[in-house]
Design a protein around this ligand. Structure first.
Ligand code: NAD
Length: 477
């Protein structure tokens, strides 16, 4: 956590944002408190024999709200993991799931480990042991608690967790649904790896569909031609930057990583930077851009869109006043502290909040969970039937044209696109796009529909808390 010493912790920062929203709502104090608090946090310390000695690791699984089950939330591997952070992230998961209407409560997990310090087979031992500790307490379970990847974890770790659960629950036919973000060959779904970055792209596309909202940032036009600075070229930051560059005509003018930053007004080659980081462990020395040692200073660089996609607390009371970007989209969880948020709001900066902006991951995780429970991939039954129906229409039109001597022809490009039924990836992207559009519109309705709501974050909290409250009320609470 990088916030200044006089700022609240991450957990308190989330609470303050929650309080700012509930002040504008009509909740009973009891229900407000029930939604606010974190239901439970389990701390585990376990030993693994590595390199000839026993290493002790500390891990957490926090359950914020069980108004819906299973609860859902990623597992983070980082040395900075601690209880306050895990609880803040679990709370954000509750609100995020409600905002994008995935039927889950909120949870989060973390393990104090630097994955770069361990070999793959060692990480597997550590992950399996952590998973064992959580599985035996039903803190990983298809019906109760379903983790996913987060910072420092990915498909590989999720596959180990799924296998560990299956070994411990040999007759559970729904075992694969115990965790999402698995590789496609191990029960995963197409499009999950890219999902959070893809969701950031869809969120920006939806934002730019509303010229009135764009005008509030001082920007004009669409996404094409916009300059972007991204912090963190990991799973989320890389995919967001790549899609915005390749598919929407944005220029990536800055990339901030752990060891410094790169800039190039003409645009950085995102794939080349990613490859460089994979081979060299950082951005330093990359030949295609200017290197800056104080990477965080580039958060203050001039650009149209700033995408913090690394970690929490990076925009805070110490630098918020100097942020020049016209629009900030929080791809990471909690990158702006409560204090930083107040400063930016008073300056009139528009912030697309984390609980919406990075919800693409949990949305596609939801699709994966449904796929695992239904035991069939999306599109398998209808794809060829869809193609056959389209072919019938094309053939009939061509026959009509021939019979009547009209000379109409359908272009090969049109026919190819029209005749292709939707496969799993196309359906996943369609479902994600629909989710991101619908959720933005629900926030926007509150943002512009109420005089007392000044920003998208407060609007997002109001939509989410209202939905959680309705679920609790319907249970008789
Ligand atoms: P990741 O581990 O794949 O990537 C994180 C990247 O940030 C790495 O490239 C790392 O080197 C870089 N980084 C770390 N500390 C940094 C620093 N101080 N300055 C600059 N760069 C730094 O993690 P990720 O999965 O991409 O997650 C990033 C953020 O997005 C986290 O806040 C996470 O909670 C959030 N998020 C992730 C997902 C997901 O599906 N993976 C979903 C929702 C939200």
């Amino acid at each position: 956590m990088l916030q200044t010493a006089d700022e609240p912790s991450f957990r308190d920062s989330v609470d303050l944002m929650f309080s700012r929203a509930v002040r504008l709502m009509d909740l009973s104090p009891g229900l407000e408190q029930k939604i606010r608090v974190c239901n439970s946090t389990y701390t585990v310390r376990f030993g693994v024999r590595l390199r000839g000695k026993i290493e002790t690791f500390t891990g957490y699984r926090s359950v914020h709200s069980e108004h819906m089950e299973p609860v859902k939330g990623g597992i983070r591997y980082a040395l900075s993991v601690h209880q306050d952070e895990v609880e803040a992230l679990a709370a954000l998961m509750t609100y995020k799931c409600a905002l994008v209407e995935t039927p889950f409560g909120g949870s989060k997990g973390g393990l104090c480990v630097d994955p770069r310090q361990w070999e793959e087979h060692e990480l597997e031992l550590i992950t399996r042991r952590f998973a064992y500790e959580l599985i035996k307490r039903d803190l990983i379970h298809p019906a109760q608690n379903v983790p996913a990847p987060d910072m420092g974890t990915g498909e590989r770790e999720m596959a180990w967790i799924a296998d560990q659960y299956a070994r411990m629950n040999t007759t559970d036919i729904n075992a694969k649904a115990c965790v999402t973000g698995k590789p496609p060959h191990a029960g995963g779904i197409q499009g999950r790896v890219e999902a959070t970055g893809r969701g950031v792209q869809y969120a920006l596309r939806e934002f730019f569909r509303h010229p009135g909202d764009v005008a509030l940032t001082g920007l004009t036009g669409g996404l094409s031609g916009k300059t972007v600075i991204v912090q963190g070229l990991g799973n989320v930051g890389y995919h967001a930057a790549k899609f915005l560059c390749d598919e929407d005509g944005c220029t990536i003018t800055g990339i901030i990583e752990r060891d410094g930053a790169l800039t190039d007004e003409k645009g950085l080659d995102v794939d080349a930077v990613r490859d460089w980081i994979a081979r060299n462990g950082g951005v330093k020395g990359f030949p295609g851009g200017t290197y800056i040692e104080d990477g965080a200073a580039l958060l203050e660089g001039a650009c149209d869109i700033l995408i913090p996609a690394a970690m929490e607390g990076v925009i805070n009371k110490s630098n918020a006043d100097r942020i020049r970007a016209s629009l900030i989209i929080e791809a990471a969880n909690g990158p702006i502290t409560f204090g930083g948020d107040e400063i930016l709001r008073h300056k009139g900066k528009i912030i697309i909040p984390d609980m919406y902006a990075n919800a693409g991951g949990v949305t596609v995780s939801y699709f994966e969970w449904v796929k695992n429970l239904s035991h069939i991939r999306f599109g398998r039954m209808q794809r060829r039937a869809e193609e056959a129906r389209s072919r019938l229409l094309v053939e009939e039109l061509e026959q009509l044209s021939a019979d009547k001597g009209l000379g109409w022809t359908l272009s090969d490009d049109f026919k190819e696109r029209f005749l292709t039924g939707s496969d799993e990836l196309a359906l996943v992207r369609s479902g994600l796009d629909d989710t991101m559009r619908t959720a933005y519109q629900s926030m926007r309705e509150v943002w512009h529909g109420r005089e007392d709501v000044e920003d998208l974050r407060t609007a997002a909290y109001i939509v989410a808390i209202d939905r959680v409250a309705k679920t609790y009320r319907s249970k008789g609470l």
